[in-house]
Design a protein around this ligand. Structure first.
Ligand SMILES: NC(=O)C1=CN([C@@H]2O[C@H](COP(=O)(O)OP(=O)(O)OC[C@H]3O[C@@H](n4cnc5c(N)ncnc54)[C@H](OP(=O)(O)O)[C@@H]3O)[C@@H](O)[C@H]2O)[C@@H](O)CC1
Ligand SMILES: [K+]
Length: 483
């Protein structure tokens, strides 16, 4: 798990560090790492460092000096605001760096091997300074690699929006911890590969975090030699309708391919036949279950009647799609809501843009209101946990998963994990992450049920990471393997 830090915590940590270490210059530490990464990105060629008026520009100027001193290569600086970090300017001038004006930048740009973006960092507001718009467009057109210092200019650190004008980066080097803009879409799409550089700051635990592959490997409910289908978890699924028959099949597909011990399907009979045709291991009819998945493709007719008895069962529920319209005030303990932005807006009685403007806040608001876990689906998936008062971002997948039916499959994976006995926040974070990882293994317009079929491959790979060699298919006893 990696903590996402707000700007005020970064600044507070910087102040504490400065008080405790008056002899250490953090800006030089940051600049050195920028210069090292620039060297790795382009070992030769001219570098243009674009600097704004603040400390982000200071990092850029000291990085420029280091690049000249170490690499003896040509480095030029463009101070876009006219003024720039005074000590940084002196340092750059001392090593003979040439300062350019707008006209010179326009003329020399086609010969630049790398642009280093030091216009704005964590002090940046959304939106690129106007006099740089043409420059950002030219970098894009000329395909010049851009290394952003801390934050790609145009983005704001704690904002997931991507404005019309941004200096989009090939790589971003940020300090101490990632910020929301690095990980949440669409802003993250302007950051390129993000590297987090340690400059020695000590940060408190964050209540906004992102899942890592190792978390998925550690938390997955791996079967053991003592496991049977019941202890792996029996999941009841009541989904689909005549209008949406596929919404019966897709969640079951997600549940089967993520390893449910057993599935009892209780939706319409006609749909049971459809499911059995594709997935013969599914059983039909009611019985004991550890968790329920309800709501996908119910449409409105008869939804409330289907929901009532299942709510009374008292086991944890994954509540998706149409069932979200009929939420009681109190939900069975351990339940999980899986709305997309439109459904969350309806739940909260607000507009969809209001949810899209503040997905973290709105997911959390719903989680608090229903005292239950909420998985807000979308290009970035947020899991709001009201019990530990935090929000987790799932591992991100390729944008191909933005298609009808992905959410149904995801609900099925959530169901498997709830039935396995995992607490809802973990189940949701694992399910969304594993689906994204499966989609990354099958990049392209594969339908959601085919993406689900890649989950076993992902799990085998994760089993190796979790040091579960037997589950990864290696049945050789270790003592023999060692000989
Ligand atoms: N904290 C740390 O741990 C460390 C921090 N370090 C570095 O310091 C950076 C933060 O520096 P910072 O605070 O000086 O802010 P910075 O990002 O340079 O921008 C502020 C300037 O930009 C301007 N401006 C803003 N938005 C604008 C816009 N849309 N359009 C136009 N102008 C805009 C803004 O103007 P104003 O708001 O005053 O009008 C102000 O002049 C940080 O990202 C990292 O690189 C490292 O050196 C060491 C460790
Ligand atoms: K920057």
């Amino acid at each position: 798990m990696i903590g996402i830090q707000p700007v005020d915590k970064i600044r507070a940590a910087e102040r504490e560090f400065a008080e405790a270490n008056p002899d250490v210059n953090l800006m030089l530490r940051a600049a050195d790492q920028v210069a090292e990464l620039a060297e790795r990105m382009v070992p030769s060629g001219t570098i243009l460092v674009v600097v704004g008026p603040g400390n982000n520009g200071g990092d850029g100027l000291f990085a420029a000096r280091k690049l000249v001193r170490d690499g003896r290569r040509q480095v030029m600086v463009w101070p876009v605001a006219g003024t720039a970090h005074p000590q940084g300017v002196v340092a750059a001038r001392q090593v003979g760096i040439r300062f350019l004006n707008d006209l010179e930048v326009g003329r020399l740009l086609p010969d630049i091997a790398l642009v280093i973006d030091g216009i704005t960092g964590i002090g940046g507001r959304t939106g690129l300074p106007e006099n740089v718009h043409w420059f950002a467009e030219m970098c894009d057109v000329l395909k010049i690699p851009v290394l952003a210092i801390d934050i790609p200019s145009g983005l704001a650190a704690e904002d997931h929006h991507r404005p019309a004008h941004v200096l989009a980066a090939t790589r971003t080097i940020t300090f101490a911890a990632p910020k929301l803009c690095h990980l949440a879409q669409p802003a993250a799409s302007a950051c390129g590969d993000v590297e987090v550089a340690d400059i020695g700051l000590e940060l408190p635990k964050s209540n906004l975090r992102q899942m890592q592959r190792m978390d998925v490997a550690r938390w997955w409910p791996w079967p053991t030699p003592y496991t049977d289908k019941y202890s792996r978890g029996v999941l009841g699924i009541d989904t689909g309708s005549d209008r949406y028959p596929g919404a019966a099949v897709l969640p079951v597909t997600g549940a089967v391919y993520s390893g449910a011990g057993m599935i009892r399907f209780t939706g319409p009979d006609r749909l049971a036949d459809l499911i059995l045709h594709k997935l013969p291991s599914v059983t039909v009819g009611s019985g004991r279950v550890e968790a329920w998945l309800v709501g996908c493709g119910w449409s409105e007719e008869g939804a409330e009647q289907r929901f009532g008895p299942i709510l009374e069962s008292g086991v944890p529920l994954v509540i998706d799609a149409d069932a979200l319209r009929y939420l009681p005030k109190r939900l069975p303990e351990g339940s999980l809501l899986t709305p997309h932005a439109g459904e969350l807006a309806e739940l909260l009685g607000i507009s969809r843009p209001e949810v899209e403007d503040d997905p973290v806040g709105k997911a959390y608001e719903a989680a608090e209101r229903w005292e239950t876990t909420v998985l807000l689906k979308g290009a970035t998936q947020y899991i709001a946990n009201p019990f530990e008062k935090r929000v987790t971002l799932a591992i991100a997948g390729p944008s191909w998963t933005a298609q009808a039916g992905s959410g149904d499959v995801l609900a099925g994976i959530c169901g498997t994990l709830l039935a396995a006995g995992l607490p809802a926040p973990k189940a949701a974070a694992l399910a969304a992450s594993v689906q994204a990882m499966a989609a990354a293994r099958k990049p392209g317009p594969f339908p959601p049920d085919v993406v689900a079929q890649a989950i076993p491959e992902v799990l085998v790979h994760l089993a190796e990471l979790a040091d579960q060699p037997v589950l990864a298919g290696d049945l050789t006893p270790r003592s023999i393997a060692a000989q």
